[in-house]
Design a binder for this molecule. Structure first.
Ligand SMILES: Cc1ncc(COP(=O)(O)O)c(C=O)c1O
Length: 360
């Protein structure tokens, strides 16, 4: 079976450093946490970073330090994993879904502006499947309306637009290190920001609401422990060193797929011309006459694991019941996209032959 994902890390990569952690007995808040935190800042070019247990806890923490409350509206890209909306819903705020561009799969400026009301408190732009195309234009609109921009970059470590890496564009950027991501720590996440005031608030929130005042620990707020452990950070340190190489390799494989599949009518997710795309998920729009679900089934029967692109949040059961009708473009993209395996040993020719067989 050709699996969808293969992590870019082996036990051999970490065993010496794991042993050092075990020998030291120091499992949290140690030198590996400091180093990985610094690595994230250096890699993304952001002033500040803070590690978390996941992108979900990262996004949730951002909403909390922005003081977003019950009844406030947060505009969020409709094509995403439900976590993007769930964190908004969780604090009693209202996720306002914004439809996407049919080529890049990202929230459009028109959709953003259309949804701004006097209750809007923040914007959550999702780098769909790792693609940051359009984030700078969205940022301009956020500046115009004085709205904080949270970037859900769960999938976008290693991507950039206009020469700026994800993590160094928005007010707050959240990453995921879940095993489906290019860089995995098992579970894990990070927040980056160039805003020192937001960073100070995050530090307190993620330290149980505690800060040092006159050398004494003082619980000035309520807060959380969403920390990553030393062992997880060892994994992160090893992978971030080879991230650029991984991104290059995935783009070569993406080009191979495009060569094979475009003549069959498949369309790749498009990126802007000043974008480096990390190809977190290699997603294609299937031709009109192809039944996407049948294709996924057929490929699976032939030992190739594929899956859907991702979800139209307004079409998920919970949000559809609670809010309104699904958004048109994002629903169409949800129903007609497929994710292919994308790593060095993937037999692109064989996959393409199987698709031809299926289409016949
Ligand atoms: C766009 C997006 N946001 C948030 C998440 C949640 O990430 P995590 O599993 O690290 O909480 C995911 C997970 O895949 C995602 O794709």
């Amino acid at each position: 079976m050709i699996r969808l994902i293969r992590p870019y890390i082996d036990f051999d990569d970490v065993k010496d450093d794991f042993k050092e952690v075990f020998d030291s007995g120091w499992f949290t808040k140690g030198k590996n946490v400091s180093r990985f935190t610094e690595d994230i800042s250096n890699y993304t070019g952001s002033k500040h970073s803070i590690l978390t247990t996941s992108a979900t806890t990262a996004l949730s923490s951002c909403l909390k330090i922005l003081d977003i409350k019950k009844g406030d509206e947060v505009i969020v890209s409709d094509f995403s994993f439900p976590a993007s909306a769930n964190v908004i819903e969780d604090i009693g705020a209202i996720p306002v879904f914004a439809d996407i561009d049919p080529n890049t799969f990202n929230m459009t400026c028109e959709e953003l502006e259309k949804n701004i009301t006097d209750k809007t408190r923040a914007v959550m732009f999702v780098d769909a499947l790792g693609n940051p195309t359009g984030i700078h234009n969205i940022k301009e609109i956020c500046r115009k309306y004085k709205l904080p921009l949270i970037e859900d970059a769960a999938c976008a470590i290693g991507s950039s637009e206009n020469g700026k890496r994800c993590g160094n564009i928005s007010d707050l950027t959240c990453f995921s290190f879940h095993p489906r991501k290019l860089l995995t720590t098992g579970e894990g996440g990070a927040i980056t920001t160039n805003n020192s005031d937001l960073f100070e608030r995050l530090k307190v929130k993620l330290e149980h609401g505690c800060m040092k005042i006159d050398d004494k620990m003082c619980f000035v707020d309520y807060g959380y422990n969403y920390r990553m452990s030393e062992l997880q950070c060892v994994m992160g340190i090893k992978q971030i060193q080879k991230l650029d190489e991984i991104v290059k390799e995935r783009n070569i494989i993406r080009d191979d797929y495009i060569k094979e599949l475009s003549s069959l009518g498949f369309k790749e997710q498009k990126t802007g011309k000043d974008v480096v795309y990390n190809v977190q998920s290699l997603v294609f729009l299937v031709p009109e006459d192809v039944n996407r679900d049948e294709l996924i089934k057929f490929l699976y029967e032939n030992d190739i694991e594929t899956t859907i692109g991702t979800y139209s949040l307004s079409n998920t059961h919970y949000y559809k019941e609670k809010y309104k009708d699904p958004l048109k473009t994002s629903l169409f993209i949800e129903k007609n996209t497929i994710t292919f395996p994308c790593y060095r040993s993937v037999p692109v020719n064989r996959i393409s032959s199987l698709i031809k067989e299926f289409m016949r």
